[in-house]
Write a protein that binds this ligand. Structure first.
Ligand code: CTP
Length: 402
């Protein structure tokens, strides 16, 4: 997918610039042409000679270098690329992009370009979470700038938190997805996927209901990631605050029974991912509003259908790959393995939802992928990154087995 793609790599001044030589190597291994612009800040961390040697091209630095301008002006530099990748993208260069500043070769090329731009932010956690940076990020997103990372972890400054530049494989995967989407094809083109997401609401009476804390962020991100790899995706979602993902057919439901019905109607599908937090029970319904009285009402529950187990049942028409989630507060892996066996699904993504894990409602998730081959533990990742990794694993499986 990266063969013969032309990538203009802008290296700004952050410690993560030390990852850039490896990034260039991996891009070139995949047949991409890389040309670098190094900012003055970036040159504090990596030398122009290293970038030139690894990219096999001149490393451009100076806006007012007459030789450069006559050979390859900033306009041509920014136009003779399929994408501009800013890695690392510092808070400073993001702010300059938002303001439209053009005070060096990198910012001038970014302002002069008519090509897609991707940034891999990298900075101290306080700088990343600062309202100025977050508002700049939102503005850049509205201008269609693609963003990969950052992830959480130990930062070079000694603090811990969000702000680490995405790892090289993550950046490569983001570029690959971008080109696949751009070409209108991907490894899952031609495959149908069904994803469940969000909570279900179970009415107690016409005005009250039982719900759970699922935000739908993970399930929606999985639907998006599968669609980005070319799958034709139906998302059956309980009520959430998440926007309907682009390019995905969304069916909105409330109760577990409605979700079951919508899923059955969306079949056949090659891939199923059940990420919804389906209520295990519905309340034996009072048709009328329960009134306060002498006696506290006792709710009577009936068991809801298990959507994952139903869709995993062996037989003709069973989806080729069924993936469930296991939300656990204790004995995570053991319970996930038991769930996989009990529900007959192929993979289980086990996630710790105990208080303090931040999984419910939060933006990050620490998961373990349980398959027939064993258990793979992933680092704490943003839900979007979890979804992208899972979608890539699904694509690899589909290509081998389906
Ligand atoms: N699930 C489902 N239908 C249900 C209950 C759960 O499809 N009625 C799916 C979820 O979408 C998830 C998986 O089953 O993929 C496991 O959900 P979880 O809530 O962890 O497990 P439960 O089966 O509800 O078991 P328990 O609550 O006892 O842990």
């Amino acid at each position: 997918m990266l063969e013969n793609r032309r990538i203009l790599l802008i290296v700004a001044g952050g410690i993560a610039a030390v990852k850039v030589p490896d990034l260039i190597r991996r891009l070139r291994e995949r047949g991409a042409h890389v040309r670098c612009i190094l900012t003055n800040g970036g040159a504090q961390f990596v030398t122009p000679l290293t970038l030139a040697a690894l990219s096999g091209d001149k490393c451009y630095q100076d806006l007012f270098d007459l030789k450069d301008e006559s050979e390859m002006g900033h306009i041509r530099l920014s136009r003779e690329a399929d994408i501009i990748l800013v890695a690392p993208a510092t808070a400073d260069i993001m702010a300059k992009m938002v303001a439209g500043m053009a005070d060096d070769l990198a910012t001038t090329a970014l302002l002069a370009t008519d090509k897609p731009v991707m940034i891999a932010p990298s900075m101290n956690v306080m700088m990343w979470t600062h309202p100025a940076t977050q508002s700049n990020l939102q503005i850049l997103k509205t201008r269609e700038v693609k963003v990969v990372g950052p992830s959480a972890g130990d930062l070079a400054c000694g603090e811990v938190g969000n702000g680490r530049m995405a790892e090289v494989p993550e950046i490569i995967a983001a570029l690959t997805r971008f080109f696949q989407k751009n070409d209108g094809r991907g490894p899952l083109t031609g495959y149908k996927a069904l994803v469940t997401s969000g909570p279900t609401l179970e009415p107690i009476d016409p005005v009250r209901y039982i719900a759970n804390r699922s935000s739908g962020k993970q399930g929606h991100a999985v639907a998006t990631a599968l669609a980005e790899l070319g799958a034709s995706v139906t998302l059956v979602s309980g009520p959430t605050h998440e926007a309907d993902p682009d390019g995905v057919a969304v069916i909105h439901v409330e109760t577990a029974r409605q979700m079951m019905k919508a899923c059955s109607e969306a079949l056949p599908a090659a891939i199923v991912v059940c990420a919804a937090a389906v209520a295990d029970w519905s309340v034996e319904g009072a048709g009328q509003k329960l009134k306060k009285g002498d006696k506290t009402p006792a709710l009577k529950f009936t068991e809801n259908p298990d959507i994952l187990a139903t869709l995993s049942q062996p037989g003709p028409g069973r989806p080729g790959l069924v993936v469930g989630f296991a939300a656990e507060t204790e004995n995570l892996i053991e319970n996930a393995k038991l769930k996989r066996a009990k529900k007959n699904c192929d993979w289980v993504v086990a996630n710790d939802v105990s208080t303090g894990s931040g999984a419910f409602g939060g933006d990050s998730n620490t998961v373990h992928l349980v398959t027939a081959d064993g258990v793979e533990s992933w680092p704490t990742l943003r839900k979007r990154a979890v979804a992208e990794r899972l979608a890539e694993r699904i694509a690899a499986y589909v290509q081998r087995h389906l």
